[in-house]
Design a protein around this ligand. Sequence first.
Ligand code: PMP
Ligand code: GLN
Length: 390
Amino acid sequence: MTDRVPYLTSRLQGFGTTIFAEMSALASRTGAVNLGQGFPDYEGPPEVLDAAVAAIRDGHNQYPPGRGVPALREAIARHQQRFWGLAYDPDTEILVTAGATEAIAAACLALCEPGDEVVVLEPTYDSYQASIAMAGARPVFVRLEPPGYRLDAAALAAAVTPRTRLLLINSPHNPTGTVLDRDELAAVADVAVEHDLVVVTDEVYEHLVFDGAEHVPLAALPGMRDRTVTISSGGKTFNTTGWKIGWVCAPPALVTAVTTAKQFLTYVNGGPFQPAIAAGLGLPDAYFRDLAAGLATQRDLLCAGLESAGFGVFRPQGTYFVTVDIRPLRADGDGMAFCRELPERCGVVAVPNQVFYADPATGRHLVRFSFAKRPAVLEEAVARLGKLVP
Ligand code: PMP
Ligand code: GLN
């Protein structure tokens, strides 16, 4: 356990500084190639960037409406219908948020009583635990185990207790790259329906899937449309992680509840970026296909390099992350020490997966690299990693 932080409420003790900030700071300090924090080093589509510039020039610089600009809510509705066959009413069933991060926080704050339990997949994206803690609720973990990192339906069913308030699911899954298949999603749906639970599903990597794997939104499963809060964001899909335009799609009563919390967190954000993301969501199918195809090539490049450097590589089906087992290169398996030393040893930054586990010991030997980088940058990183001597 870390030292107690003065002033900080007991709910947030132990959360410290996010690993992403720490590792990106380390990368800028050392000039290392940053494969830690997940963000691309290439720009989004010009149509999207131009739309933001035009929106600023055209005076879209004041508070947008609380639920988001109508053009974006309509574009989100059309996107859900076009890609996933799901119909949402832009006026009552869609809420624009300050990134997926705010959507997750607002959902936890809106939907959990203190003492409630939230079932989450482990490894767990770091903001989930903080959002659950801010709501005074408690996470209950269902572990995805290597090498496959698949969902164990029995473990999921066993995690539910009379105190369970929410299932908080993430697919495609950060950091493992697992894309839950129809059987796994059906297991989630069975548990949700049997126990009459609301499911919050984080689908920010919905378009980043490879090898013919299929992203299926949980809301598309029988019985799920009316109990699912679907969250996504424009950051990953349009290479605009700094814009923080996210959204929630859910039935009216759930959107209203989440909006109540959300309006007192940021109220609104990103006025000129909202119409720009709307333009992105309307791009032709080829844009989304090419995005995934480019990332698949980058994944192959990085995975091959990591394998030849000697790591045990868990090949992802989705996201822009790959997890490796460092033990072939570092016998003590200390991923945190490995990541802190890596810039000095070879000029690369990665993220230790232990931060995604309730008990850091579980993920101690695992490290995550991002392949959201230009191929030349990945080649350079691979060349550097190839010089590591066990
Ligand atoms: N969920 C997951 C699984 C993520 O990896 C991230 C990181 N980008 C987020 C949510 C946060 O998304 P946003 O930047 O839109 O807040
Ligand atoms: N989601 C990104 C990642 O997993 C980072 C987002 C952040 O820095 N909070 O790397």
